[in-house]
Each structure stands twice: as structure tokens, then as C-alpha cells.
Design a protein around this ligand. Structure first.
Ligand SMILES: [Fe+2]
Length: 230
């Protein structure tokens, strides 16, 4: 299997290129528009044909590369069915599976950070978007976020996965590349709560500034802008 984890310094976003092997079909998760040329080059070097591209949710801190990649490769743009994007080709439902040859990703609806947040389980690993981060969890104070929903997504969905499941988030701000469900369950400070009310209380008191790109990125990602229209 080909599994590449790429990083955008500006937004600390992780992007994943996945394929069952060289010369085969590929999938990209959470691309950043400014890196489109880099993705295309990597795909070319590995003789990969990009067929699907997924955003875990509508991002507020960077412009997605979904639309630009679709323009250049004709790949299918996928998001969860609750996405407000106006340019998605395929809306995936909770528990449905996305296939790229022998690669299978099961969608898990994990609202809370936004109401359009989905995680994707692929064998031994899960792409958690901003729902579960390494040593943190996604904020819930905009884009119809809900800390009650986030608690449910975390404690009743993601933390119920096998403990050795690898966690690959959409961001990390401290240089960590992945974690496990077990590590997060035992040491993520946001998850050491004894009730939903306690979690809601923590999230209500974070007092975070809005992401700098938010007023540009959210509408751009809903409309699906490509590079020539930025
Ligand atoms: Fe986000």
C-alpha cells in the first residue's frame, strides 16, 4: 500500500495520499489548494491515477484542494451527506464505504466540530478530521458546531474503535504525526472527563480567536473555488 502523509505549514493541515500500489488508482484526503502542483507531481512519480478526493468537513483555516484537483484530474469529489458544499459529486452516508480498488474507507458521521464532520475508518487506521486530534479535540464554536454532539462522536463512536486503531487527524500543531485510540483515551486531556456536561463546560471556556482564514476559507470551500478564481 502507498500511504503518504503531507503537511501544510501555514494551516498545520495533514493531507493523505492513499493507493493500493504503484501504477494504481489513488485517493486523497483533505488536500490544501496551494499544494495542488505537489500532489500532481507525486501522483505522476508514483504513476497513480487520482480517482477520488475527500474532505472530512468544510475547513475554516485553509482553502480545500478538492475543486482544483477535480479540475485537473476529473477525480470524484466526496464529502459526507451533511456537507454544505455546492460542488460535491458524491455525498456519502454514515456507515457507507468508499472503495478505491482494494482500499476501503468506511464513513463514520462524527458531528461536533462542525455539523458536516465525518471520520473515515480504513482497516487499522482512522482519519478523524478535526473531531479527534492528537492530545486535543476540534473546537465546537462555529459552523454549527456542538460540544454535545462532539462528546457523542468521541465517546460513543471514535473511542469505541479497537484501542490499537491508529489515529490520523486533519491537523497537528506540535509535530506529531499519528496516535492511537488507546493513547488518546488514556492521555488526551480533553477526554479525561466523567460526563458530557463536564466536556461541554471545558469546550464553552476555551475562548479561542476565530481562524484567520475563516471568512475567506468557509465560503470558498462551500462554493468550491479553484486556483483561477481565488
Ligand atoms: Fe476544521
Amino acid at each position: 500500500m502507498i500511504f503518504e502523509q503531507l503537511f501544510d505549514n501555514k494551516s498545520s493541515t495533514y493531507t493523505y495520499i492513499i493507493s493500493s500500489g504503484k501504477g494504481r488508482e489513488a485517493l486523497i484526503i483533505d488536500p490544501v489548494i496551494e499544494h495542488t502542483d505537489e500532489y500532481i507531481k507525486k501522483l505522476k512519480n508514483l504513476e497513480l491515477k487520482l480517482v477520488k478526493v475527500i474532505d472530512t468537513h468544510i475547513h475554516a483555516d485553509h482553502i480545500s484542494g478538492l475543486n482544483e484537483l477535480n479540475k485537473r484530474t476529473n477525480c470524484t469529489r466526496i464529502m459526507g451527506e451533511k456537507s454544505k458544499s455546492e460542488v460535491i459529486d458524491l455525498r456519502i452516508k454514515d456507515d457507507e464505504t468508499i472503495k478505491v480498488e482494494s482500499i476501503k474507507l468506511k464513513a463514520i458521521y462524527t458531528p461536533g466540530h462542525t455539523d458536516c464532520s465525518y471520520s473515515y475508518l480504513m482497516n487499522d487506521r482512522v482519519f478523524t478530521g478535526d473531531t479527534l486530534l492528537i492530545n486535543g479535540t476540534g473546537r465546537t464554536d462555529f459552523q454549527n458546531g456542538s460540544s454535545e454532539d462532539a462528546y457523542n462522536s468521541l465517546f460513543n463512536k471514535l473511542l469505541k474503535l479497537p484501542e490499537n486503531t491508529l489515529v490520523y487527524p486533519a491537523h497537528d500543531y506540535n509535530g506529531k504525526k499519528f496516535s492511537t485510540i488507546e493513547t488518546e483515551k488514556n492521555s488526551n486531556p480533553r477526554l479525561q472527563v466523567s460526563s458530557k456536561e463536564e466536556y461541554v463546560e471545558i469546550m464553552a471556556n476555551l475562548d479561542l480567536a476565530n481562524p484567520k482564514m475563516m471568512d475567506i476559507a468557509v465560503p470558498a470551500n462551500v462554493k468550491g473555488l479553484s486556483l483561477d478564481r481565488l
